[in-house]
Design a binder for this molecule. Sequence first.
Ligand code: FES
Length: 98
Amino acid sequence: MEESKPAFEKYVFVCINERPAGERVSCGGTFCGKELSDKLKEAVKAAGQAGRIRVSKSKCLDVCEEGANVLVYPDNIWFKKAEVADIPAILEKLGIKL
Ligand code: FES
């Protein structure tokens, strides 16, 4: 093992976990996690920040009922009940001016 500094300044984990109907709600099934992940990644790239901020798809973060869920590290920010319409506000929080 080698220890190193992270390759990106910030990591944005967007839960896209999906469960079958009838099971616990899920960010990628019940809520908009998948679309949010794709569009947030596109927006960060369009803003020229893809080398600084990594948007990564995540599996369950165990706060499913609050979905869609987005975690930002190292800022330690949890965006819950996030919608695609919240992308501008998320970008602003990431230090991206639109
Ligand atoms: S399915 Fe997203 S937090 Fe559990």
